[in-house]
Design a protein. Structure first.
Length: 148
């Protein structure tokens, strides 16, 4: 069972950003010209910290954006590694696309990211998907059962 993260817990997370993973769930995605768009995005972003006291919960997407830009204000925001898990695709994929994402922004009922493909390019369009975002460029995000 997931819980909304109260402000006191969010304050505790500030020191654990290096170990925080964010998860977006969407009903569809579009990828073109270095832009990843998550469509019909869930209104909550799942948050998991893996520090000494693991915290699992969720934030509103607006609160997620506030945290993202508060961590690294300005143009020097570091990209974060991400794995796109496609749950509904017409074409079989051997591996989940791996991306570097930056500059998230709300767009209608979704979220746009500037995205650089690291491995296994995503299809142009897909249905339901999950975007798992790691804390640093050194973080390895793998499929279930893999070793980072």
């Amino acid at each position: 069972m997931s819980t909304v993260i109260p402000e006191a817990a969010v304050a505790l997370m500030d020191g654990a950003e290096r170990s925080t993973v964010y998860v977006h769930v969407a009903n569809g995605m579009h990828f073109s010209h270095g832009r990843l768009t998550l469509r019909d995005l869930s209104p909550s972003t799942i948050v998991v910290t893996a520090d000494a006291s693991t915290l699992v919960g969720h934030l509103s997407t607006a609160a997620f954006l506030d945290r993202w830009y508060r961590e690294s204000p300005g143009e020097s925001i570091q990209p974060r590694p991400a794995r796109l898990s496609l749950l509904d695709t017409d074409q079989p994929l051997r591996e989940s696309p791996q991306l570097l994402v930056r500059f998230p922004r709300i767009r209608e009922a979704g979220l746009d990211y500037d995205a650089e493909v690291l491995d296994h390019p995503p299809p142009r369009v897909s249905g339901a998907c999950v975007l798992i975002i790691g804390p640093t460029a050194e973080t390895q995000i793998g499929p279930p059962g893999s070793t980072p």
